[in-house]
Write a protein that binds this ligand. Sequence first.
Ligand code: PLP
Length: 413
Amino acid sequence: MATTEGMDRYSRIDDSAIRELEGRFLFSTYSRYDLFISHGSGVYIYDLDGKRYLDMLGGIAVNSLGYNHPRLVRVLTEQGRNIIHCSNLFYHAFQGQLAERLCRISGMARAFFTNSGTEAIEAALKIARAYGHNHGGPEKSRILTLKNSFHGRTYGALSITAQEKYQAPFRPLVPDVEVVQELTADSLEAAFNEQVCAMVVEPIQGEGGIIPIPSAFLRAARELCDRYRALLIFDEIQSGMGRTGKWFAFQHYGVEPDLLAIAKSIAAGYPLGAVLGNARVGDSLKAGEHGTTFGGGPLACRLALEVADIIEEDGLLQNVTSLGRQLAGGLRSLAARHDRIGEVRGLGLMIGAELGDTAKEVVARLLRKGFIANAAHDTVLRLLPPFIIRREQIDEFLGALDGILSDMEGEVR
Ligand SMILES: *Cc1c(COP(=O)(O)O)cnc(C)c1O
């Protein structure tokens, strides 16, 4: 039963009623895990029966500061009392300050705020087409993307998401997109010509199974974009805002984009995204050419400023680096003892472990033992824990995973 005494009537509902209502009234877009969430605290989530789960997924790379962070709760309350939304027809205190902050940590020059990652990608694509028009005419409209990428679900973002399962039901897609099929400089060079206005890359593919793109490939992309006056767009919606131990994954590679899409953990749980651009693209959009009702509202921006303060003041990037080493190292030791674990990949606290067709079963067993993770691409155990996780909590997770893999090996014999 729900431990929701004293809560309002909407919160007093049990698992079966929730399931029944969703089954009847929602489009069936999600196949949810059997977890009915009540609330979160620190790095833990609690279900409606009061059972505690260690969150190794962080709301899919969103809850970088865990749950109920006292400083965020304070900002939510205080800013909620002042003003939540005011439209983009007027100025408020925080959009400019947040843009400046994001430009400072990324080396970019300008920002446009959105509500989600997908919308940040849409904005980037529109900027790229506008830039192409301005610098090569309407023919300069081709967009290059990588096999196995994930950029979102709206038509523009979907059209550059080169995975059949996402695209097939929804064709025709946005035209003038070409997929680079291999991560080699040769296939990249073959895809470029004067008609290319942009190339989009996740420096570490997330949804595709935590796949870091080789740095030689990113350098080649940068050179070809320069040669053909095309824009290099990095999608760091998942890898950005500290997830890899630097503010952005591209800072490990030393290859800079022209446009940078970010979202997920930027406001640590409140919807906000942004596309950042360097000086080269700064004048691509004119007043009225793009916009949003909600994007960059006062509450979202004020929260994002607090998130950046907390990450800096609490030294969380260092935490991500050292704990990421511990987690990846621990997984590699497990891989040495358990055949089921293949390659372990990633940077900082963005880590994937190949588990083949047992990934989903492992995730289900972890959940029963009180650990939240997920299976990216169905075959990769994906771990994106909050930056505030502690050493002993990671050990606890590794111990549980060890036990589960041993159990599964025992069952086969
Ligand atoms: C999550 C994600 C998106 C889509 O972001 P939404 O906020 O879900 O719209 C796009 N690209 C990458 C790399 C992502 O991880």
